[in-house]
Write a protein that binds this ligand. Structure first.
Ligand SMILES: [Zn+2]
Length: 354
């Protein structure tokens, strides 16, 4: 495998990743408590105790599953890159790109090259799409085109219907597709590259633009210097929080884009994050799972659930919710011990014990 000289070599990536594999594998979607060297259900194929980390997990990053990731499999277990390739479901090259991105050593030339685009067009609960490449749509370009197709009247009408400020729709680059009769909501990866579009039809049904992957809804002007970031379910909740001046991004669903969220928070260096969850069980479970991943990159992670059961954050804001109310919810989260402060288990100790 030869890579352009501008991209770090496999050896260089491995050297940079050594000693950080614990965090890297968590960012890729493996729960921290599954990396203690004992048997656990496999994050990909289930079971009871078929998955385990090899010794020196933080140094080497090797894991295995007796059923779906063992000798004879492609890739076969042995090091952290193989582990990533397996859990992310990416090919070798794309895995190196993901790792370089996580390590912050991905070069800009590499970023601009087309990456495999998934065939799936419906939202998926799975974190990573394993579908083979199909076509290379330039989603950045498409998002811009649709953004230009959105007339001012249409934007103001949409903002009114959603009870959000029209300016937030501009910040989120919301557009309109005449052909699809739908508004378009660009989704980006953790590095800000557009990888797909959420479409919202007139009857409020939602789908992904063909070939697009699920990513994050990130407004323009989220600075790397913000003190606190609110992470919402979906773009319209994010738009609602932005409308009252709170820095917010959206996830595609309560379970979606977790690695991208973690990488985004890491990239902007925000150490106080609040997950804005819906009241339902899926929303609460997804928020808890995300919180456990986010403590690897942020010092304070809190889960808040605005409004009454059945409401979402947008309804809460539309009903008069203010930044002060969000402060109160954060204080309540502290009181209820829903804040998780950074306490990453010592992977070395865990590995040594086994
Ligand atoms: Zn398995």
């Amino acid at each position: 495998m030869s890579l352009p000289h501008t991209t770090p070599s496999v050896g260089e990536l491995k050297a940079l990743a050594a000693g950080r594999w614990f965090d890297i594998l968590i960012a890729a979607g493996i729960d921290a408590d599954m990396l203690n060297g004992r048997g656990h259900p496999c994050p990909k194929c289930g079971g009871r105790d078929r998955f385990a980390a090899f010794p020196n997990i933080n140094g080497r990053g090797a894991v295995h599953c007796r059923h779906c990731f063992t000798r004879g499999c492609d890739p076969s277990p042995g090091d952290g890159i193989a582990s990533l390739q397996w859990i992310l479901g990416l090919d070798f090259r794309a895995t190196l790109g993901w790792l370089a991105d996580w390590l912050g050593v991905k070069n800009e030339n590499d970023r601009s090259r087309p990456r495999p685009i998934a065939r799936r067009t419906v939202p998926s609960n799975r974190i990573v799409n394993t579908e083979p490449p199909k076509s290379s749509i330039d989603f950045d370009d498409l998002a811009k085109q649709f953004f230009c197709e959105m007339s001012r009247e249409r934007r103001e009408g949409l903002a009114k219907r959603l009870s959000v400020h029209p300016r937030t729709l501009v910040r989120l680059r919301v557009g309109y597709s005449e052909q699809d009769q739908a508004t378009t909501w660009p989704m980006v990866d953790s590095g800000g590259r557009c990888i797909g579009l959420r479409m919202r039809g007139h009857d409020n049904n939602k789908w992904s633009y063909r070939g697009g992957r699920g990513g994050l809804f990130v407004p323009d002007g989220i600075a790397t210097s913000i003190n606190r970031l609110f992470i919402c379910e979906g773009p319209t909740d994010a738009a609602a929080l932005l409308s009252i001046g709170l820095p917010a991004i959206g996830r595609p669903s309560c379970q979606g884009a977790m690695p991208a969220t973690v990488n985004f928070v890491r990239r902007i260096g925000c150490h106080d994050v609040a997950i804005v969850a819906d009241h339902d069980e899926a929303g609460q479970n997804g928020a808890t799972r995300l919180a456990r991943l986010l403590v690897t990159v942020a010092n304070t992670v809190r889960i808040i659930t605005p409004g009454n059961p059945g409401d979402d954050a947008r309804k809460f804001v539309a009903g008069g919710g203010t930044p002060g109310h969000f402060d109160e919810l954060l204080a309540e989260a502290d009181a209820l011990m829903l804040a998780i402060r950074r306490s990453v288990p010592n992977p070395k100790r865990n590995a040594d014990r086994n």
